[in-house]
Ligand binder design. Sequence first.
Ligand SMILES: [Zn+2]
Length: 325
Amino acid sequence: MRIKRWQFVVGGIVLAAVVGLLTVSLHQRASPTQESMAVPQNNPTAQERKEVLDDTHDAMAQDNLPNRTDGMDTPTDAAVTVPIVMYHGLIEDPQRQNRYMIDPAYFEQDLQYLTDNGYHTIVIQDLLDYFDKGTPLPDRPIMLTFDDGYYNNYLYAYPLLQRYHCRAVLSPIGSEAVKAVEEIRRHANYSQCTWAELAEMAASGCIELQNHTYALHRLEEGRRGAGRKSGESDEDYIRLLQDDLQQFNAVMQEATGQVPLCFTCPFGEKNDTMLSVIREMGFRAMMDCEEKPNVLTSVEDLYHLHRYLRPNEKSSETFFARLLS
Ligand SMILES: [Zn+2]
């Protein structure tokens, strides 16, 4: 007991000495400036010491930030890193699983892994609000995306997202969702979502729909996805893109009341003309399939969002180690 008390007393003296030295050193640092006038020189309270420490911390942080002009903590001052994952279909039959059709169990493991490790799923609108309005992003933001609008997304991904309180961006092919209504026997292995199902998911708030073309998601002679056909004139190519993307937007608006803000390139095919067309049409973002990190410093960077394909037969830990390192 005597020893413990002795240790307590010495510890208290050392702590008091450290706090005293720190306070003196901070006051000396601030003393040549006007700011020091506002700080009492004798017996500063804990709150006053905290304010000095906060000011010092802010000043140090500001030194490290690029392009700071106004002293306000606006989102555009600092880069935000947002990994984006690309999924397509979720299929239970192992015989049908491949690079683009993965076991739904992997998707659930991914949601569990992200939840356990403090990641928060965001959608395109969150990035726009961050840059446009300064709305803060959650800690450890990550984006999950589904391409092509498979019916199995509705069957498996949608309930799992709701169960884990996560969100995802879904980019269906417009004409496929129109045709899906006519299908008599629908199946998780091959069917597409209808616009009614897409609208239901969008209304739930956990799915954000984006444009994956109305009918350009195909490989035809000389054209890959929404890419330019060999020898095609600017005028023809621009008109083709405008007509197709507008048709998607119109169908989506009628079905959901919402307008897509992001263009998700089929097969990752992109070019400068496409980018200028989507900008002029009012799209605010574009997603490709390049497996690169997204370090976003301005709203302009949303036109170059890259994504990592989530393959089958990899643990969540192994897959995310690559994205989140
Ligand atoms: Zn696609």
